[in-house]
Design a protein around this ligand. Structure first.
Ligand code: SF4
Ligand code: SF4
Length: 219
C-alpha cells in the first residue's frame, strides 16, 4: 500500500530561508574563528581539524604492527638462529631464511651456534599479521612502528637482513622498542582418552581377578 502523503505546513521564517541561512553562516563563522585562532599558536598540531602530515604525526600505539626488525641481544649479538619457524608460520609465505653455521672467530657476533646467512621479507606480500613474531622461539623478529613503506620499485620493497637489523638500531635510538614479550606458559598435553580408558579397564580387571579370592576366603 502506498504511504499517505503528509503535507507539512512551513512557518514564515522557513519559507523565506533567511533565518536558516543566518544559522548556517553562524556555524561557519564559529568554525572559521576557532581554526584561525589556533593556527596563530606556535607548535605542532595548531589546527586540530587538520594534521599537517608529514610534519605532524600522531603517537603510534605500542602494539602497532609495522615494518619488521631483527633484534640484537644485550651484548649486541644477533638473536636469530636461522631456524626458519617464522617462514613456516607465515601465511603469506613472504619470508626467506637461509641458515648457516657461525664461522670460527665470529662467535661474539651471534647468540647461538647457527645464524641466518640471509633473511628476506617481501613487504609487498606481508599482511602484518604478526605470526612470525609470535612463533619465533628467540624473540628475534619483531614488528616495529615503521609504516611508510610505499616505494617505486619491487626491489625496494624487499627487506633484507641489513635493513631489518638497521630497523632495530633505529628503533633503539628513537626509544620505540617494544618491551619483550611475556613467555607463553607451558601447558601439559592432555592424556589421550583411549589410554586413560585402557588404564581404567586394566585396573578394573585386576580388581575383578582379586575379588573371587576374597570370597573363597570368606566361605
Ligand atoms: S607479519 Fe605475517 S605475513 Fe608478514 S612476514 Fe610475519 S607472518 Fe608473514
Ligand atoms: S627470526 Fe626467529 S623464527 Fe625466524 S629464523 Fe630467526 S630465530 Fe627462527
Amino acid at each position: 500500500m502506498a504511504k499517505p502523503i503528509v503535507k507539512r505546513e512551513y512557518t514564515l521564517t522557513e519559507r523565506i530561508y533567511l533565518w536558516e541561512i543566518l544559522k548556517g553562516l553562524k556555524l561557519t563563522w564559529k568554525h572559521f574563528t576557532f581554526n584561525f585562532r589556533h593556527s596563530l599558536k606556535k607548535g605542532p598540531h595548531t589546527v586540530p581539524t587538520c594534521w599537517q602530515y608529514p610534519w605532524d604525526r600522531r603517537e603510534i600505539a605500542p602494539i602497532f604492527r609495522g615494518e619488521h626488525m631483527l633484534c640484537l641481544d644485550e651484548q649486541g649479538r644477533e638473536k636469530c638462529i636461522g631456524c626458519g619457524m617464522c617462514a613456516k608460520a607465515c601465511p603469506a609465505q613472504c619470508i626467506t631464511v637461509k641458515r648457516g653455521k657461525v664461522p670460527e672467530g665470529e662467535e661474539d657476533k651471534y647468540a647461538a651456534k647457527t645464524y641466518c646467512e640471509t633473511f628476506e621479507i617481501d613487504l609487498l606480500r606481508c599482511i602484518f599479521c604478526g605470526f612470525c613474531e609470535e612463533t619465533c622461539p628467540k624473540g628475534a623478529i619483531v614488528l616495529g612502528q615503521g609504516y611508510e613503506l610505499a616505494d617505486y620499485t619491487r626491489e625496494a620493497c624487499q627487506a633484507d637482513k641489513k635493513r631489518l637489523l638497521n630497523n632495530f638500531l633505529k628503533a633503539k635510538e628513537e626509544g620505540t622498542l617494544k618491551p619483550p614479550r611475556k613467555p607463553v606458559p607451558k601447558v601439559k598435553p592432555p592424556k589421550k582418552e583411549g589410554a586413560a580408558k585402557k588404564a581404567t579397564a586394566a585396573k578394573k580387571g585386576v580388581e575383578k581377578k582379586a575379588a573371587p579370592k576374597n570370597k573363597v576366603e570368606e566361605g
